[in-house]
Design a binder for this molecule. Structure first.
Ligand SMILES: [Zn+2]
Length: 237
């Protein structure tokens, strides 16, 4: 397991535990400071590429449930790239708060919790299509997957184009890839990517299950995305 995956699994385990506590005891989220301190040190110790992958998952938290967090990341991108501890601690605290909120809304994992996987269906397909190699690491796949999900949302008339543009501008400022064309080497084809997604059991009756957005901070699950729209976005995005 690489460090990015480790952070992710640590965080999600941590969040599960926290959610359990919040449900049972209604603990104050501020009681989590110890865990956040460790996560800050961990983020500071990562090589640049893995650090940016961690950032990609934090950006995801802002996009799915906290537009103010997203704006905070935009406004503090320089301090974030310098890995200033105070800013990182805020990012961790707020992204965990988003996860806790989502988990609380869906403790039995029947619906809304799937939005925590925003960008991941497409991201995993891109990782698979590039052979899980150095060409594309997990957080980069997620970044591109999120950008493609924005494009798909715009194409389906669900999200204003300016939100998608703002999101892509932000990924670029953060030093993250934002399009399939940003991946080195031969471009994975739309058909191949869709096959990988189908393998991921996200296809029912010719429709794909996706997490899309109505705008920054507003993600939702839909089981009704036409394959043709996905193909277009994968061909152009
Ligand atoms: Zn991930």
């Amino acid at each position: 397991m690489n460090k990015t995956a480790l952070i992710e699994s640590l965080m999600s385990t941590f969040v599960e535990e926290v959610a359990e506590h919040v449900r049972s005891f209604n603990h104050d989220l501020l009681a989590l400071e110890g865990g956040q301190g460790d996560a800050t040190t961990l983020l500071q110790s990562l090589p640049e590429r893995e650090y940016l992958c961690g950032l990609s998952e934090i950006v995801k938290a802002g996009v799915i449930g906290d537009p103010e967090l997203f704006q905070f990341i935009e406004e503090h991108i320089e301090a974030i790239r310098q890995r200033e501890a105070a800013v990182l601690t805020t990012l961790i605290e707020r992204s965990i708060a988003v996860k806790v909120q989502v988990v609380q809304e869906d403790p039995t994992e029947r619906g809304v919790r799937a939005i925590l996987n925003f960008g991941h269906t497409l991201g995993h397909a891109l990782e698979a299509a590039t052979g899980f190699s150095d060409r594309l690491v997990h957080g980069e796949g997620v970044a591109i997957g999120m950008a493609l999900a924005f494009q798909l949302s715009v194409r389906l008339g669900l999200c204003p184009g300016q939100d998608a543009e703002r999101f892509v501008r932000h990924l670029k400022a953060a030093g993250l890839p934002s399009a399939i064309a940003d991946i080195a080497g031969a471009r994975p084809g739309a058909g191949e990517l869709i096959r990988h997604m189908a393998h991921d059991k996200k296809v029912t009756d010719g429709k794909l299950t996706f997490i899309l957005v109505h705008g920054l901070g507003r993600a939702f699950v839909t089981r009704d995305v036409p394959l043709e729209a996905v193909k277009s976005v994968l061909t152009e995005g």
